[in-house]
Design a binder for this molecule. Structure first.
Ligand SMILES: C[S@@+](CC[C@H](N)C(=O)[O-])C[C@H]1O[C@@H](n2cnc3c(N)ncnc32)[C@H](O)[C@@H]1O
Length: 195
């Protein structure tokens, strides 16, 4: 993504590599925006406090996180990871936990955090995006580059291929085999502006 973004760099617009979990600055930013990334890191009260610390007076915080850990696309993968041969392959630490389940807070918790951080105005919303996919099988493609990557990182390539194949069958048994397939996707949008 950074490679592709580099082509758009110009005076006043640059792209740098960094870790959003630790990033902050000295009250010199107008806007901190994070789209579909905060869910990857833990301790949202700490992270949002560091991001708020980067904003100058009147500055805005705008964040979007998925809130879909309860959906079959996530729960079926977590249940499959608890079965053999995958469970043994993960070793003594067990299957990797779902970052959305572990890290993402409830909308009202974000609302309280935004208030406690001193934002004068706020909107915190739970939004359902109504995606219509060509077939139910496309849900697998959707999560292949996000939710499934934690299994890819921990399994040998051949076993990961088996995991994805079994995941597809188990998922379709739960969500059905439709064409087109309606795929509701819950996200939390939070916004705040400093006085
Ligand atoms: C679903 S993508 C969203 C990208 C972009 N914000 C968008 O809306 O298209 C999530 C991105 O977060 C990045 N990411 C995950 N953990 C990160 C971290 N700790 N620090 C910086 N980026 C991270 C991933 O590399 C990935 O590019």
């Amino acid at each position: 993504m950074l490679g592709a973004a580099a082509a758009h760099a110009r005076p006043g617009l640059s792209f740098v590599h960094g870790d959003i979990a630790t990033w902050t600055s000295v009250a010199d930013h107008d806007l901190v925006l994070a789209a579909a990334s905060l869910q990857w890191v833990p301790d949202h009260p700490g992270v949002l406090a560091r991001w708020a610390g980067a904003l100058r007076p009147g500055g805005q915080l705008a964040v979007q996180v998925p809130a879909n850990a309860h959906m079959p696309a996530h729960t079926v993968a977590a249940e499959l990871a608890e079965t053999e041969p995958f469970l043994s392959a993960f070793g003594p630490d067990g299957p990797p936990p779902d970052p959305v389940l572990c890290n993402v807070l409830e909308p009202e918790q974000y609302s309280q955090l935004v208030h406690q951080l001193g934002f004068e105005r706020q909107h915190v919303r739970l939004v359902v995006y109504p995606h219509v996919l060509p077939t139910s099988r496309h849900v697998v493609d959707w999560v292949r580059g996000t939710m499934l990557t934690r299994f890819e990182q921990r399994l040998p390539p051949e076993l990961f291929r088996v995991f994805v194949a079994e995941y597809e069958v188990a998922l379709l048994d739960v969500i059905g085999r439709h064409s087109p397939h309606f795929f509701p996707f819950r996200r939390i949008l939070l916004w705040g502006r400093f006085p």
